[in-house]
Design a binder for this molecule. Structure first.
Ligand SMILES: NC(=O)c1ccc[n+]([C@@H]2O[C@H](COP(=O)([O-])OP(=O)(O)OC[C@H]3O[C@@H](n4cnc5c(N)ncnc54)[C@H](O)[C@@H]3O)[C@@H](O)[C@H]2O)c1
Length: 359
């Protein structure tokens, strides 16, 4: 989590060990007839996300996914289907089920293809929410490969100078392994922040910085809105033209093309809330140069960035992934912090569904 003001205060949080919440999520999903392997993958991903401090997209959201299953918005059990395929490409139909399962399979396939042919890329249609795009990029990053993952979503952001939402927060994730240093993991919404940060600010009762969102006239708003509506939109990364908003806007459209148009699953304005069409790619580093040499040079680059003298008032320079790996170092020991209301809601969900309480 990049911003201190969006942390659940430590003394208020309920701390739960990762293994306990992971098992609890498996039990909840299985109770709702999600097959064992799909429950396991989903719970593993949500736990990884929470461990890495991305609280907006982690285990705290489990009841939303349970509700989508119970409401019949998700098709369970889902059937994944390869619609078309070549040595290096595939179009995967996610079967309108859990997005975690289809995005995970897409990256697995990308990695298999990259191992055989050097590069593999798979795009998913009929997919739902995948959470943290960086998880899927890291699946390749831990296999001596470069990993890319992107996903599009229902519109909440305006195209530069537009007064209505046409674009999702459409994240881009890229992972590259290093040797002794931690991997480079860039995982970023193409809006100024992920929408989840606005919802989190609302739950925590704190204002959002001017520039994250605007009203229909383009004036900044600082009171975090409760839900998507026509009265406000999020800003493309960069916000104004002067600060590069045209580039964030362009990147968001690129994500829509790779995820929504290439797959046929639909671009932002054609999606429903909770939809995520996802594009993944894995690139085998060994096809370019010996992996050890690549990693040694990655180490050099990361050390050179970390060694940059800090500006006054700043502790130092980080590289992408540092905040998430730092959070994981702490949370593996201490557990995952939940807002009390969120924790109690999960416990109530466990009781309502008659599942054994494990947290
Ligand atoms: N599934 C979806 O529909 C969806 C949509 C949008 C975002 N998301 C997810 O939301 C999460 C949060 O997105 P975000 O854009 O708010 O992320 P963020 O602003 O918290 O971080 C973006 C990136 O910047 C890096 N970073 C943070 N501080 C840094 C610093 N001081 N120096 C260098 N690098 C730094 C982080 O490691 C990360 O790679 C991501 O995991 C993203 O995939 C999901």
């Amino acid at each position: 989590m990049a911003f201190d003001f969006l942390q659940v205060p430590e003394q208020e949080a309920v701390w739960v060990q990762a293994t306990a919440i992971q098992q609890q999520m498996v039990a909840l999903l299985q109770k709702l007839d999600v097959p064992a392997d799909h429950s396991r993958v989903t719970a593993e991903i949500l736990t990884f996300v929470s461990l890495h401090g991305v609280d907006t997209h982690g285990a705290g959201n489990i009841l939303n996914y349970c509700a989508a299953i119970e409401d019949g918005f998700y098709t369970i059990p889902q059937r994944l289907e390869i619609v078309s395929e070549s040595e290096t490409t595939a179009l995967l139909d996610g079967g309108n089920g859990l997005g975690f399962v289809s995005a995970h399979r897409a990256m697995e396939l990308s990695i298999e293809k990259a191992r055989r042919y050097g590069v593999g890329t798979v795009t998913v249609r009929n997919g739902h929410h995948v959470g943290m795009a960086g998880y899927y990029a890291m699946m390749a990053g831990t296999q001596d490969m470069l990993g890319f993952a992107m996903t599009n979503a229902v519109p909440v952001a305006h195209p530069l100078h537009g007064s209505q939402a046409r674009l999702g927060t459409n994240p881009i994730a890229f992972a590259a392994p290093a040797g002794q240093e931690r991997p480079f993991l860039l995982d970023m919404a193409t809006t100024t922040v992920a929408n989840g940060k606005i919802s989190l600010a609302r739950r925590l009762g704190v204002p959002i910085p001017a520039g994250w969102a605007v009203d229909a006239e383009g004036n900044p708003i600082t009171d975090p809105p409760a839900a998507r509506s026509d009265s406000w939109t999020m800003t493309p990364l960069g916000n104004s033209h002067e600060l590069g908003g045209h580039k964030g806007y362009g990147l968001a459209v690129m994500v829509d093309i790779l995820c929504g148009v290439l797959s046929g699953g639909g671009f932002g304005a054609q999606l429903q809330t909770g939809d995520n069409m996802t594009w993944t790619m894995a690139v085998d580093i060994a096809r370019f140069r010996p992996v050890a040499e690549f990693k040694a040079q990655m180490d050099e680059m990361i050390r050179s960035l970390h060694a940059t003298p800090a500006q006054p008032g700043h502790k130092g320079v980080q590289v992408a992934g540092d905040p998430e790996f730092d959070a994981a170092d702490i949370r593996r020991e201490k557990g995952i912090p939940f807002q009390p209301a969120q924790y109690e809601a999960i416990v109530a969900g466990v009781q309502r569904l008659g599942v054994e309480r494990l947290i």
